[in-house]
Ligand binder design. Sequence first.
Ligand code: SDX
Length: 443
Amino acid sequence: MSAMRHFASAEIGIGHNGNPAKLPVLQPTIGPPMADIRKLYREAGCYAYDPALGQTGICRSAITYVDGESGVLLYRGYPIADLVERCSYVEICWLLLNGELPTAAQLERFTHDITHHTMVNEQLHAIYRGFRRDAHPMAVMCGVVGALAAFYHDGLDIFDPLHRMIASHRLIAKMPTIAAMAYKYSLGQPFVYPRNDLSYAENLLNMLFSVPCEAYRAPAAAARALEALLIIQADHEQNASTSAMRLVGSTRANPYACTAAAIAALWGPLHGGANEGVLETLAEIGTVDRIPEILRRAKDNSDPFRLMGFGHRVYKSYDPRAKVLRQRCYEILDALGQRDDPLLALAMELERVTLADDYFIERKLYPNVDFYSGIIFRALGLPPAMFTPVFAVARTVGWVAHWNEMIADPETRIFRPRQLYTGPVERALVAIDERAAHQPLVG
Ligand code: SDX
């Protein structure tokens, strides 16, 4: 862990009395200290400006720790590589929700609870039929998860820990069913019901790929690969979709509506939608000899094109999740008989060339989790449009863990950021027949 410097307080700006304004400094368990700016305006007569909140803590959290400089990711203190190696996804769900790894008895009871919430209300099936068959599955998931709020709203007291636990279990349990139904709907195939005799990952694969006409058993290698992907993508502290969950949740909105907002944020190509973008980029490159052209575009700041799967808001070293997935990629493709997939060879060459390129080295742009998850999702047989829905399945536990932590936090208040106003000062209204002469023409 990086050495932590201790400050009792930070001096900033000039206070009303002409002396430097003093602000308390908050000390985390690990990581850099934070100046508490809640009294900044009172002490220094000014606000702070941080438009993407990249330098600002929005809450206290004990769930996940990310050190972007060292490439460290801990879920409740446990390194991600250890958790992927030794735990199941349902075990990780308990850890993220409760703060400790479950005992065998706790895991058995929790698994039973989650398993017995996997079905959705039959009326929900009708909502899918309101979508075009070619609707993007993330659009369907936004709509269907938001609709859950209509089924579970009356009598929901978010300040009752039991109510929050049931809502959390329902969301974790039903998300695979909802995602798989979106895929089946797009294929024109019948929905497949969840099965209580299958593990979480096997159940999702069965709902995605089985059909009523023949027996199906997910290949063990595919179930292991999916389990690893679910664990790796379960949480990532204050990423955009989790911050969306917290912002909407701070208004005390229904948790299902909050989760629909988080799904909408995850869909963005700069966030969870990047895994789909990775496959689109690899398809556009096509062959190794076209890599230089695509890198030229990626390095041209006048071109909005970004190399999907590279770079990260926080990781300025190799994303530890990409490291785990990179190693697993070969194992999984070997086990699934796809080791000679030309797309993997193209991806490896793209990574090699990019890691040696000064533009990417200077900007500390490394492959991120989405670079490899896209390749593995494809190997599992999913179309690119289904990559982010499965990412949403994995991240639901992170969203609800942060939602629970926020609702239980006495410091929580409704989000209300400030702005740096750049509009006109107060002015008199001009009659419409005099406006052309008195104001710039716009529009
Ligand atoms: C996820 O926050 C999380 O934790 C998210 C996530 C999670 O688990 O929840 O980890 C999941 O969202 C991973 C990120 C997936 N997104 C992508 O792969 C999309 C491609 N990446 C980029 O768009 C970008 O790297 C971001 C959005 C991820 C990060 O952007 P930043 O930190 O705001 O970086 P930046 O845009 O300021 O870039 C710094 C420089 C710029 O060049 P200069 O202006 O300095 O010349 O690097 C360039 C950028 O143009 N740059 C890229 C690039 N990423 C950054 N140039 C080409 N290709 C890229 N991918």
